[in-house]
Structure formats: structure tokens, C-alpha cells
Design a binder for this molecule. Structure first.
Ligand code: HEM
Length: 367
């Protein structure tokens, strides 16, 4: 049996109706915004956008200040005649409630893409973090500056409005959490809820304003080769093994012509986190797709899957390939090494006052 078909049947066995149905039909035109519409919408911003004011009646979020390792959050409640301040120090239990709300929304809202927002949440957490520059200490997940143009309009971030909008009601429900903590917590939850490994996570990120937006060009360009991939990821402080492990996240999700211009999923179970990306990279024959779009590759067996030029660089380059082979052979090794490097990614540039051993491991929703 062709390896692609083997992966498909395994994926089917693993499937649960809520998370892993491969449903191209669900990709309705509703999600295909025109680029103009998308750009306008992307500028709309959120509750904490610079210059926006939501100070009418009732609960007024006049400011959120974190103090100390645990993060004490002060907020101000405004009534008709008085303003009182309260200190709220969220505990692991409070963050677990945020996790549960995200996980429940993932289960409830399956009418999107292949049946889950999980993949696009992973991509949001990665793009929020992957702007880090170790030389200058700028960028990274501390800030959630993708709320603002110009960063929200950077080509690499096209489509991530879906993820930011998905999380907005959660932010409203738990106003004490920063966007930067919320987006990374969602990135951890999405991996876990898609059947991946436990991703330890800790709070401590502060939102920053538009002035902290990073310049365009810090995220990788999928049409380039291994030299570019190394330039981008070495700038963040990753080595070759870590780069390969991270790109294994392409087991999840798909490319969209109205976002990146590329098209299709990497494997047959795009809502289930596995090492299938590596297996298919090695087992399939990848041919250049003949189409009116950017150069991408398709599997010879079914012609329904795709690889980006940067994905194929993972087997063209000898150093990278070594790790692709290790991960294709052993899912446990992949899960272990992915966990370590993904935790590192989500923490790039964050001035934690807590210790690494104080990270939380969240219970999965149905556990
Ligand atoms: C060389 C490095 C990388 C390149 C060039 C790259 C490029 C891309 C592109 C072009 C897409 C399609 C976007 C769309 O059209 O919706 C995509 C999707 C995705 N990427 Fe990457 N990526 C890279 C690394 C990573 C890493 C490190 C992660 C996470 C750790 C990641 C996670 C994802 C996920 C989950 C999706 C699917 C999103 C969805 O289904 O909406 N990628 N990537």
C-alpha cells in the first residue's frame, strides 16, 4: 500500500468526530475574504489597541499591571460614583479555566477548514513568537504586537485574523490575561487538543503597544531554500535539530490560496498532531505541481498533499535530513524534541521572573 494511503487509514482510525474529520467541503467561501476586505478587517484591532477607548459604563479596564512572579493584576471597577481597585493574582487553576474555554470552543466550532481552529492557533502562537531577534532582544511573544498594523498586515501573517478573532471572546471572558499570554497558551492548548504532547507553559508576558511592532521580513519565506531557513531560525537562536522539530508542526493544517498563495494540507489528518509530515516527506515522491500558483510540490500517489520548497529543504540538506529520519522513525522522539523546542519558541524574549520548573502542565479537556 502506498504510504500516503497508509497514513490516511491510520488517521481515520485515530479520528474523533470533533477534531479530526478531514472535510475539505467545510472550507466554504465564507472564509475566503477578498484581500482588500481582509486588510481592512485586519486593521480593526482589539480592546487594548492603542488609542481605542471602551470606557463607558460598568466594568472599566483602566489598566492592567503585572507585579511579581505570579503576576498580580490590578483592575478598576467603575460604578456611578466610585472607583475601587482590586488585586487579582491568577493561579494555575485560573489559567486552566482559560485553557478549558479554548478547548471547549475548539470542540464547539468545527465548521472551519478541516474541522478545527487548532492549526491556525498554532500558527498564531508561532508567528507571534518567531519575530524574535536574539541580537537585539526585540520581537518574540512578549507584546502581542500583531494586534496592530503594520504587523497584522505583514504578508506572512495573512489569515491569522481568524485565530485572533477566535480568541477574542476568550479575552473578554478572562480580561485579566494578556493577549500575549493568551495567544501562547492557545498555542499550547491547540497542540494538546490535536492529540500532541503536553506543552508546559507559564505566564508572564506583557502586551506592548504599536511602537514595539517588528519590521516585516522576520518570518520565513516558504519559496526559499535551506540557507534562508537557517538565517531566519539561527537569528531566533535555534539549531538545525530544533529547526526540523519545529517544522514538524506542518503535520497540522493547510495552506490557503487566499492567505499565503500556496494550497493544500501536508498530510491526511491535518487536525491530528503526528510525525506524519516526516514520514510522508521521506516515503512519497514529491513532484512540482503544475498550476497557476507559486512553486510547490505534490505527492505522486494521490496528488492531494503538498510540500513547500522550505519543507523539501528538510530532506535536501544532509544535516536537516538526519533529523527528519529520526523523527519519521520514532514518534516519541519527535514528541519529546518538539515539546522542548516549542516551549522555547513560545518563551523567546519573555523576561520571566518565574522559574522554568514552575511551568504549568494543563489537563486536556476530556481527560
Ligand atoms: C521554514 C519555516 C516555515 C515556513 C516557510 C512556513 C510556511 C507556512 C505557510 C506558507 C503556511 C500556509 C499558510 C496559509 O496559507 O494559511 C503555513 C502554515 C502553517 N504553519 Fe508554517 N512555516 C514554517 C514553520 C512553521 C513552524 C515553526 C510552525 C509551528 C511550530 C508552523 C506551523 C504552521 C501551521 C500549524 C500551519 C497551518 C495553519 C492553518 O492551517 O491555518 N510553521 N506555514
Amino acid at each position: 500500500m502506498a504510504s500516503a494511503a497508509r497514513s490516511a487509514s491510520r488517521a481515520f482510525l485515530r479520528s474523533t468526530p470533533a477534531t479530526s474529520a478531514f472535510r475539505p467541503a467545510a472550507r466554504s467561501a465564507r472564509y475566503a475574504l477578498s484581500s482588500q476586505g481582509f486588510r481592512t478587517a485586519a486593521r480593526r484591532g482589539y480592546a487594548s489597541e492603542a488609542g481605542s477607548s471602551k470606557s463607558s459604563n460598568g466594568l472599566l479596564w483602566a489598566g492592567v499591571a503585572a507585579a511579581g512572579a505570579a503576576g498580580a493584576f490590578f483592575f478598576f471597577q467603575s460604578g456611578d460614583s466610585s472607583v475601587t481597585s482590586k488585586a487579582f493574582v491568577p493561579t494555575q487553576e485560573d489559567y486552566q479555566k482559560v485553557y478549558d474555554a479554548i478547548a471547549k470552543k475548539l470542540v464547539d466550532e468545527t465548521d472551519y477548514d478541516d474541522g478545527s481552529y487548532g492549526p491556525v492557533l498554532v500558527r498564531l502562537a508561532w508567528h507571534a513568537s518567531g519575530t524574535y531577534d536574539k541580537e537585539t532582544g526585540t520581537g518574540g511573544s512578549n507584546g502581542a504586537t500583531m494586534r496592530f498594523a503594520p504587523e497584522s498586515d505583514h504578508g506572512a501573517n495573512a489569515g491569522l485574523k481568524h485565530a485572533r478573532d477566535f480568541l477574542e471572546p476568550i479575552k473578554q471572558q478572562f480580561p485579566w490575561i494578556t493577549y500575549s499570554d493568551l495567544w501562547t497558551l492557545a498555542g499550547s492548548a491547540a497542540i494538546q487538543e490535536c492529540g500532541g504532547p503536553a506543552i508546559p507553559w507559564r505566564p508572564g508576558r506583557q502586551d506592548r503597544d504599536v511602537a514595539a511592532c517588528t519590521p516585516d521580513g522576520r518570518l520565513p519565506d516558504a519559496s526559499k531554500d535551506q540557507r534562508h531557513v537557517r538565517d531566519i531560525f539561527y537569528r531566533m537562536g535555534f539549531n538545525d535539530q530544533e529547526i526540523v522539530a519545529l517544522i514538524g508542526a506542518h503535520a497540522l493544517g493547510r495552506a490557503h490560496t487566499d492567505r499565503s498563495g500556496f494550497d493544500g494540507p501536508w498530510d491526511f489528518s491535518p487536525t491530528v498532531f503526528t510525525n506524519d509530515f516526516f514520514k510522508l516527506l521521506l516515503d512519497e515522491k514529491w513532484q512540482q505541481r503544475k498550476w497557476n500558483g507559486p512553486v510547490q510540490f505534490t505527492d505522486k500517489t494521490t496528488k492531494t498533499l503538498m510540500m513547500l520548497p522550505t519543507d523539501l529543504a528538510m530532506i535536501k540538506d544532509k544535516e536537516f535530513r538526519k533529523h527528519v529520519e529520526r523523527y519519521a522513525k520514532d514518534n516519541d522522539v519527535f514528541f519529546k524534541e518538539f515539546t522542548d523546542v516549542y516551549v522555547k519558541l513560545l518563551e523567546l524574549g519573555v523576561p520571566f521572573t518565574s522559574k522554568a520548573e514552575d511551568r504549568y502542565v494543563f489537563k486536556t479537556f476530556e481527560a
